[in-house]
Design a protein. Sequence first.
Length: 71
Amino acid sequence: MEYANQLAALRAADPALGETVAGLRNLEAILKWATGAGVPFADLDLVQQDEYSYDFFVPLPDARWLVFAVS
């Protein structure tokens, strides 16, 4: 699934979160948003996929997770 489709699905399921995520363009913005939203820094997880790609996991207070592909 392409990013645009994933974002559309998120907006349909949770419009407020979808709008917030749509504005996050880089890892710095994600970190600022997550810590500002009360996500403890220690709960964030970065998983290496290969030498250039990572998955960045952000737990939400309602037990859901946002996962961003980072390269």
